[in-house]
Design a protein. Structure first.
Length: 190
């Protein structure tokens, strides 16, 4: 039986489309007995509340920013950052920058792209995804099995607990600096 604990700071999961952000979030939530907030779902609910029709999930971010605005997006993300919450799917680096300016503490996990599937130039937030990956507290590589995902979730939770207890301290296994690619030589990864 997994011991229950209070996640002292929120965890933010970022990454390119199709990288497994939601799967990682689900594994963290199940293992950590915390709850998740999906930014795309929050945006979709607001669009529907304002009677703005969405044809496909991939259109939500673009429509939200065009019709409701970047400031509202930033506020939505910042207000989601609460202890015990895993925030899934932040797509704009400026939202995390603003959260830090507002003195919000959080642990940032960037999900790496799948091997052989680089971030597509057509990805609407490609620049932000790369920026957030460089700034993340830890970068989690894509791995194919559920056991790997559970292990990643355990390491993320341990690191987030330490980050909440003493800013900037990561467990030894997360302190190694694996090179993800030549573009990210200093990224910590698991």
């Amino acid at each position: 039986m997994t011991a229950r604990f209070r996640l002292p700071i929120p965890i933010v999961v970022t990454g390119p489309a199709g990288s497994g952000k939601s799967k990682l979030t689900k594994a963290i939530v199940e293992r950590g007995h915390c709850r998740s907030v999906n930014v795309g779902t929050l945006m979709e609910q607001e669009l529907l509340r304002q009677e703005i029709h969405v044809n496909h999930r991939r259109d939500i971010g673009r429509l939200y920013l065009q019709r409701i605005g970047e400031k509202a997006y930033i506020d939505l993300v910042v207000e989601s950052l609460r202890p015990g919450v895993v925030v899934d799917g932040v797509r704009l680096a400026v939202a995390l920058d603003e959260a830090r300016l507002r003195h919000k503490a959080f642990f940032h996990v960037a999900r790496a792209e799948r091997p052989g599937q680089p971030i597509a130039p057509s990805e609407p937030f490609a620049h932000d995804v790369r920026t957030m990956q460089k700034r993340a507290d830890v970068v989690v590589r894509w791995r194919p099995t559920t056991a790997d995902l559970d292990g990643e979730a355990a390491r993320v939770l341990a690191a987030a607990r330490l980050e909440g207890a003493s800013a900037g301290v990561l467990p030894r296994e997360l302190q190694r600096r694996d090179v993800m690619s030549s573009a990210h030589p200093a990224s910590r990864s698991v």
